[in-house]
Design a binder for this molecule. Structure first.
Ligand code: ATP
Ligand code: MG
Length: 386
């Protein structure tokens, strides 16, 4: 089976294009290797992929819909770049589908041929009408026959499928995502992966002071997110002892902000060892009391790396819709004992100033607390959910 895979924005990247193409090829190969041998070559701004015969297209389609950087793709028949052989392929396609109406769209990537796209489309259309009895309809045909003419071959598409867009994973460097057991952070992670970043995941848990449900949820969520970026690393941070110290030694009101500051500090250490250049959270402006502009500011101040918050301007319904699409929603809504509900006051402050937090932290051994949490981190490799 042959596939043509077209990329989106990466075509615009000028001198970066070879690198982007290489990453996209590698990612396609990784996504398709389950079907056996994969051969990929780059031709006139698209990738031509060869898979063994008998591979089920629906399964291939599902995989390709998770490879960022793909704008659209389809199965293709490869033939000579001349009107007669192309017309024969089109005829076979129209009659195999039993289409009563069809339209032809032709495009030349190589303009050296002795026919224009328009001439080619008319000639192919006329042949198909004569051979099959189907009618031409250029507004809403049952089947579009899409033809791309390259220099030494022509590609005739069997269908045109939407890819997920975005940029190839790996093209945007690495980042560390703070992944809770909730709905938001998986969606935030997904959006950053879509922009080409490879993510490492950090999950804070209060086990053994609470149950380990949130850890299991995090593993399952990472397996779903890994469908888009391949085998992933999940860093499990024991947070309970630190929380107990904070609960004992600090006032209750700004505690959620204090927790978040410690989370960022610890995540930044992980980022350092993973070679990551940003942190990612699922915060959305005003969604809960810890996510006011003032609190977000006070939280961010402890990090030298940028904190990416891709959900910042999204409504909850929008976030939920995305969580459903990537299938993390059902896991996220399962009950757990999130570390944030452990030792948490019922009325968190909505306006915690940085100076106030700095004063509280000056009474603590911040460095030592961070170091001992980091020392307890366990790293797991998580394979993509099939
Ligand atoms: P989510 O749905 O992602 O849990 P949320 O709306 O519940 O988000 P908060 O609980 O305030 O918001 O958490 C804000 C962000 O802090 C989360 O999106 C996540 O990035 C990070 N975070 C919170 N708790 C944890 C945790 N236990 N482990 C890792 N990151 C966390
Ligand atoms: Mg949460």
């Amino acid at each position: 089976m042959w596939l043509a895979v077209h990329y989106a924005e990466i075509a615009l990247k000028g001198r970066n294009r070879p690198r982007f193409e290489r990453l996209l090829s590698r990612n396609l190969e990784r996504a398709l290797q389950t079907f056996g041998r994969v051969r990929i070559r780059s031709l006139y701004g698209r990738l031509l992929v060869e898979l063994g015969d008998g591979v089920p297209f629906e399964a291939v389609r599902e995989r390709l819909e998770r490879v960022f950087g793909v704008a659209y793709f389809g199965r293709v028949t490869v033939c000579e770049p001349a009107p007669e052989p192309i017309a024969k392929v089109a005829e076979t396609l129209v009659s195999a589908r039993g289409a009563r109406t069809f339209g032809v769209r032709a495009r030349r990537a190589d303009k050296q041929h002795p026919f224009t796209s328009q001439e080619l489309a008319s000639e192919v259309g006329a042949h198909v009408v004569q051979a099959t009895g189907a009618r031409v309809n250029l507004t809403d045909p049952e089947l579009w026959v899409e033809i791309h003419v390259l220099s030494r071959q022509a590609l005739v598409f069997h269908e045109r499928c939407h890819g997920p867009g975005g940029l190839p994973v790996g093209s945007g460097g690495r980042a560390v995502a703070l992944l809770s057991g909730g709905i938001d952070s998986p969606v935030a992670s997904h959006l950053i992966t879509k922009r080409g970043c490879q993510l490492d995941f950090v999950h804070f848990h209060s086990s053994p002071y609470t149950g380990a449900a949130s850890i299991e949820k995090a593993r399952r969520v990472v397996a779903l997110l890994a469908r888009y970026q391949g085998t992933s690393h999940l860093h499990l941070v024991p947070f309970g002892t630190l929380q107990q110290t904070l609960a004992r030694e600090t006032p209750a009101d700004p505690r959620i902000v204090l927790y978040r500051r410690f989370m960022l500090r610890i995540a930044e250490v992980v980022a350092g060892s993973a070679g990551a250049l940003a942190l990612v959270t699922g915060e959305s402006l005003g969604q809960v009391s810890s996510q006011t502009l003032a609190n977000l500011d006070t939280i961010s101040r402890v990090a030298a790396l940028p904190v990416l918050r891709p959900l910042i301007g999204m409504d909850k319904v929008e976030i939920i819709e995305r969580a459903r699409r990537i299938e993390t929603y059902d896991i996220s809504i399962e009950p757990d004992e999130d570390c944030c509900s452990y030792l948490m006051p019922s009325q968190p402050a909505t306006w915690a100033r940085p100076e106030e937090l700095e004063e509280i932290e000056s009474t603590l051994d911040v460095k030592g607390l961070v170091e001992s949490a980091v020392a307890g981190i366990e790293v797991e490799r998580v394979e993509p959910d099939p």
